[in-house]
Design a protein around this ligand. Structure first.
Ligand SMILES: Nc1ncnc2c1ncn2[C@@H]1O[C@H](COP(=O)(O)OP(=O)(O)OP(=O)(O)O)[C@@H](O)[C@H]1O
Ligand SMILES: [Mg+2]
Length: 216
């Protein structure tokens, strides 16, 4: 399957989700390609730290692809991998659009702050354009990342997301937890961190099982 992690807002956790998903898939025995389609190159930076921490045992292959060539290149690589995960930047770019044309699944993390939810109409416009141009519908999942442990912000954001059926909001939130940032600074997923943050692991595990359909 080809997954694109995107949206129109920076800092929602796209790279965090992309890298954790790539590693999670590889832990299930899959051959995984991680495509860094963001010119900020955060997934590449993550992978460079990972090279050091894991002594080269990445668990996935990384490539950087941008712009309109992305679509053709990903199509060429599709038969060679079990899964491809594409990490995009937080804007409506040629790369993100190209990625959405070749993807099976579009993952849109939202952080539960009202100003983020306002990017919703732009995501909807992008999505309807993409869906019109595709032969088969793109499977979309939106969810909260960096959610509060409790509080009003989550429920307001959830309510707004639920109202938009085409965004297919799923109720498997990932909470704001230090473990995600600490792991990332070492090039690790939360599944590989010691001491393990079991809550963080559980949240992404449940999310990934639901979006991939892979049950462990
Ligand atoms: N669930 C989480 N809990 C705590 N920190 C998180 C969580 N998800 C992401 N972060 C942190 O938030 C910051 C932004 O995350 P990330 O880089 O994944 O976002 P992004 O959407 O890829 O950003 P950009 O738009 O710049 O590409 C990072 O420091 C990351 O470690
Ligand atoms: Mg990023």
């Amino acid at each position: 399957m080809i997954f694109t992690v995107g949206g129109i807002k920076g800092g929602t956790g796209k790279t965090t989700i992309s890298t954790n998903l790539s590693i999670w898939l590889s832990q299930q025995g899959a051959d995984v390609l991680l495509v860094d389609a963001d010119e900020q190159e955060s997934a590449s930076d993550f992978t460079a730290w990972r090279e050091e921490t894991k002594k080269g045992e990445l668990g996935y292959t990384l490539v950087q692809l941008n712009g309109s060539t992305l679509r053709r290149q990903v199509e060429q690589m599709r038969p060679k991998y079990d899964h491809i995960v594409i990490d995009t930047g937080g804007r409506d770019t040629t790369s993100q659009r190209a990625a959405l044309f070749v993807s099976d699944v579009y993952l849109i993390p939202f952080a539960p702050r009202s100003y983020e939810i306002w990017t919703l109409s732009k995501v909807q416009a992008l999505l309807s354009e993409i869906q019109e141009g595709r032969a088969t519908p793109l499977q979309v999942y939106s969810f909260l990342n960096k959610a509060d442990t409790r509080g009003q912000d989550n429920s307001e954001a959830m309510e707004v997301l639920r109202e938009n059926a085409e965004l297919n909001f799923i109720d498997f939130s990932v909470i704001n937890r230090k473990a995600f940032a600490t792991a990332a600074s070492k090039g690790l997923s939360v599944f590989e961190m010691t001491p393990a943050d079991e809550k963080a692991i559980h949240e992404v595990d449940v999310l990934f099982q639901n979006i991939t359909g892979i049950k462990k």
